[in-house]
Design a protein around this ligand. Structure first.
Ligand SMILES: Nc1ncnc2c1ncn2[C@@H]1O[C@H](COP(=O)(O)OP(=O)(O)OP(=O)(O)O)[C@@H](O)[C@H]1O
Ligand SMILES: [Mg+2]
Length: 441
C-alpha cells in the first residue's frame, strides 16, 4: 500500500475513533441535560399557576381547566391532608397509581413510571408549603427522547461532514509530503541506471531536501568513481599493451630471422627489460588493488619518525649514489607516529626515489611537529612538477617527463590516506618539487 494511503487511512481511523467516543459521550449526556432543563421549565410554569391557585375555589378550578385546554401542560393537584385528588388533566387511574406507589412529597425522584411509559416530574415546593396541597407537573419522557434523537442526528451529520473535510485535507497534506519522496525515488532509479546526466533537483524542504542533497552528492561521488575506474582500465590496458607489443615484435623478428646476431641479442635485452617493466606494472597494480580493498593488510604500530627516515635513506642511497645526488635530513628526535611501518616506508621510498631521479644534486628530507600533526617534507632541486600536471599527479598512470609507470604516487597517496594523513605537492625553495605528508600523531 502506498505511503500516502497508509497515512490517510491511519489519520481517518484515529479521527473516527475520537468522533465515536465523543458521540457516545454526548448522546448519554443529552438526556440528563434535557431532563434537568424540563424540570426547571415545569417548575417555572408551576410557579405561574400558583398565583391562580392561591385562592382555591370552584371558579378558579374552572379557570385552570380553561387555561390548560390546548396547552401541553400535564398536572395534578392532591390534597395531602384529606388524601383527595383535587384536579388533573391526566388519566385519573394513572395519577392514583402514582399516589399509591410513589412518595409524592419527595422532590428528588425525577422520573415516575406508568407501565411502559416514563414521565419527568416536577413538584412545586412553595405551593405545598403554603396550602398542604401538592401541585405536580409531568412531561412524558418520550417527548424528550424525540428531542434527543433529533439533536443527535444533527450532531451525526456535522460529525460526518467534519470527518469528510478532515480526511480530504489530510489526503492533500500527505500528498504534499509524499510527492517529493516519490520524485526522489525516481532520481534514485536514475542513479541505479547510471543516468547521471538526467538527474534533476526536486522541490522539497526540510529533511527531505537534506536527503536529496545527500543523494545528489552520493551520485556525483559515484559518477567520479565510475569515471576514474574507467580511466584506470583504459590506462592499464594501454600500459600493458605497449610492452607486450614490443616483446611480440622482437620475438617474431627473431623467430623469422629478421633480427640476427647483435640485433637479435639487443632484441632479447629489450624483451627482458620490457618483461621487467611489465612485472613492475603488474606488481604495482596488485599492490594498489590490495591497498584499496583489503583492510587487514595494514598492521599499525608506534613508529619513530627518525627510524622511518633513516630506513628510507638507507634504501634510497644506492640510487642516490648512482645519480650523484646528496640526501640531507633534518629530523628532530622523539617524534612518533601510529601507522604500518612497511607501507609508510614504501610510500616514502616512492616519493624519495622520484625526487632523486628528478633532482640535480640534492634532496632534503625534513620532519617537524605542528598543532598535533607530524609533517614530513621531501624537496629536491630539479625542474619541479609542471602546473598542469599538479592536480592529477596522484592519480593512477599519470606520469610526466621521464616517468615510468605512473603508479608510485598513487600508491603513496593510498597508504598515507589510509594512515589518516594527507599528501600534497608544491614547489620547493630549492627550485624543484616539494612533497608534503601530514599525519596526526
Ligand atoms: N620530484 C619530482 N620532480 C618532478 N616531477 C616529479 C617528481 N616526482 C614525480 N614527478 C612526476 O610525477 C609523475 C608520477 O610519478 P609516479 O611516482 O606516480 O610515477 P613514475 O615515477 O612515473 O612511475 P613509478 O610508478 O615507477 O613510480 C612522474 O612521472 C613525474 O613526471
Ligand atoms: Mg615514481
Amino acid at each position: 500500500m502506498k505511503l500516502q494511503y497508509q497515512l490517510t487511512a491511519a489519520f481517518t481511523a484515529l479521527l473516527v475513533v475520537i468522533m465515536s467516543v465523543a458521540a457516545i459521550t454526548i448522546y448519554s449526556l443529552i438526556l440528563n441535560l434535557l431532563i434537568q432543563d424540563e424540570q426547571q421549565e415545569l417548575e417555572a410554569k408551576g410557579n405561574l399557576l400558583v398565583n391562580l391557585l392561591s385562592d382555591y375555589n370552584y371558579e378558579n378550578i374552572q379557570k385552570l381547566n380553561l387555561l390548560l385546554q390546548g396547552q401541553e401542560i400535564q398536572l395534578f393537584l392532591y390534597d395531602q391532608r384529606n388524601e383527595q385528588l383535587l384536579f388533573t388533566n391526566l388519566p385519573v387511574p394513572l395519577v392514583e397509581n402514582w399516589i399509591t406507589n410513589y412518595d409524592i412529597t419527595d422532590d428528588k425522584q425525577e422520573i415516575w413510571k406508568a407501565g411502559e411509559e416514563s414521565f419527568v416530574v416536577s413538584r412545586v415546593d412553595s405551593y405545598s408549603e403554603q396550602t398542604q396541597i401538592e401541585l405536580v407537573l409531568v412531561t412524558p419522557l418520550e417527548d424528550l427522547r424525540a428531542i434527543q434523537h433529533t439533536f443527535f442526528n444533527r450532531l451525526l451529520v456535522v460529525f460526518i461532514i467534519g470527518i469528510a473535510v478532515a480526511v480530504l485535507l489530510s489526503y492533500f497534506l500527505t500528498k504534499r509530503l509524499v510527492t517529493p519522496l516519490t520524485r526522489l525515488k525516481y532520481q534514485l532509479k536514475k542513479i541505479q541506471n547510471r543516468q547521471f546526466d538526467e538527474l534533476e533537483e526536486i522541490k522539497a524542504s526540510g529533511e527531505i531536501k537534506e536527503v536529496e542533497q545527500s543523494v545528489l552528492e552520493m551520485a556525483h561521488e559515484l559518477r567520479r568513481y565510475i569515471q576514474s575506474q574507467r580511466q584506470f582500465f583504459q590506462n592499464a590496458s594501454h600500459e600493458l599493451k605497449t610492452p607486450l607489443m614490443t616483446i611480440q615484435g622482437y620475438a617474431e623478428g627473431i623467430r623469422d630471422g629478421v633480427f640476427v646476431k647483435e640485433d637479435s641479442d639487443r632484441g632479447l635485452d629489450v624483451m627482458v627489460d620490457e618483461i621487467n617493466r611489465l612485472k613492475k606494472i603488474i606488481n604495482e597494480m596488485i599492490l594498489l588493488a590490495k591497498l584499496d580493498s583489503q583492510e587487514n593488510i595494514y598492521q599499525e604500530e608506534l613508529i619513530k619518525v627518525e627510524d622511518l627516515i633513516k630506513l628510507t635513506v638507507e634504501r634510497a642511497l644506492p640510487l642516490a649514489n648512482d645519480q650523484h645526488v646528496d640526501i640531507n635530513t633534518q629530523v628532530p628526535n622523539g617524534m612518533t607516529l601510529f601507522a604500518d611501518k612497511e607501507k609508510l616506508l614504501q610510500a616514502m621510498l616512492n616519493i624519495v626515489t622520484n625526487a632523486i631521479r628528478h633532482a640535480k644534486t640534492s634532496v632534503v628530507i625534513t620532519a617537524k611537529v605542528a598543532s598535533g600533526s607530524i609533517t614530513i617534507s621531501i624537496a629536491d632541486d630539479g625542474k619541479g612538477v609542471s602546473e598542469d600536471l599538479m592536480p592529477h599527479l596522484f592519480h593512477r598512470f599519470v606520469k610526466g617527463e621521464g616517468g615510468e609507470t605512473g603508479l608510485g604516487l598513487a600508491i603513496s597517496r593510498a597508504i598515507v590516506e589510509h594512515s589518516g594523513g594527507t599528501i600534497t605537492v608544491g614547489k620547493s625553495t630549492l627550485g624543484g618539487a616539494l612533497f608534503t605528508i601530514k599525519i596526526s600523531d
